[in-house]
Design a binder for this molecule. Structure first.
Ligand code: HEC
Ligand code: HEC
Length: 158
């Protein structure tokens, strides 16, 4: 039980971050048994289909990618979701753990943050719609201080 609590806590945290709206109650009227997932290593096996798919959609939006950025293609059909053949999937697992750690440990350790609601890291916090987050503001936003070779005036000579 002690092990399960942080996992569920993580799921709730991530859900809170990605669910497009209030999580629908009892989504599983359709045929679906409790062990519907084949290969979850970070999320709890008890996670509902709506919750998991909602989170996956959140990933695609946060990174500006499609499902198959992380999931191996199984020929013409939909991706093979349980497969770990696409290395981005394992990166994403580590990213989930990192984000969880930031929210569970790093942020709460900082005094003076808005603990009630606002202080939270999500995939979007860093990725902002890009698979590889920027590490600096766009060049256009910088003052033209330093002298790059490109774009110099015709009078310049090397
Ligand atoms: C940024 C990477 C990423 C993207 C994009 C992504 N997924 Fe996933 N997906 C994962 C990871 C990581 C897991 C495994 C989570 C775990 O181990 O707990 C997973 C698991 C799943 C599973 C569970 C498979 C099983 O039975 O084990 C399904 C279904 C799934 N994803 C569907 C989707 C769909 C549909 C999309 C597109 C809307 C999508 N995913 C986009 C990373 C991603
Ligand atoms: C604290 C910032 C941060 C957060 C939060 C974060 N990421 Fe990342 N992510 C990065 C950085 C930095 C890279 C490395 C990009 C590079 O290779 O240049 C990366 C790379 C990735 C990649 C590999 C992309 C590629 O095409 O190589 C995936 C997949 C990914 N992140 C998924 C996620 C998911 C899913 C989440 C949310 C659970 C997440 N990340 C949260 C910073 C972050």
């Amino acid at each position: 039980m002690r092990l399960l609590v942080p996992l569920v806590g993580f799921a709730l945290l991530v859900l809170a971050a990605y669910a497009p709206g209030p999580t629908p109650a009892a989504p599983e009227a359709a045929p679906a048994d409790s062990s519907q997932w084949e290969n979850l290593q970070v999320l709890p096996d008890s996670i509902s289909r709506d919750a998991l798919i909602g989170m996956m959609r959140g990933f695609t939006e946060a990174l500006g990618v499609r499902c198959d950025h992380c999931h191996a293609r199984g020929g013409e059909g939909p991706p093979d979701f349980p497969s770990d053949a696409n290395p981005h999937k394992e990166v994403a697992r580590e990213m989930m753990r990192m984000t969880w750690q930031l929210n569970r440990e790093a942020l709460p350790a900082i005094e003076g943050l808005h603990e009630a609601e606002g202080a939270r890291v999500t995939c979007y916090t860093c990725h902002r719609g890009a698979a590889r987050p920027a590490t600096a503001p766009p060049a256009e936003a910088e003052p033209a201080e330093h002298d790059h070779g490109e774009g110099s005036s015709p009078g310049d000579s090397n």
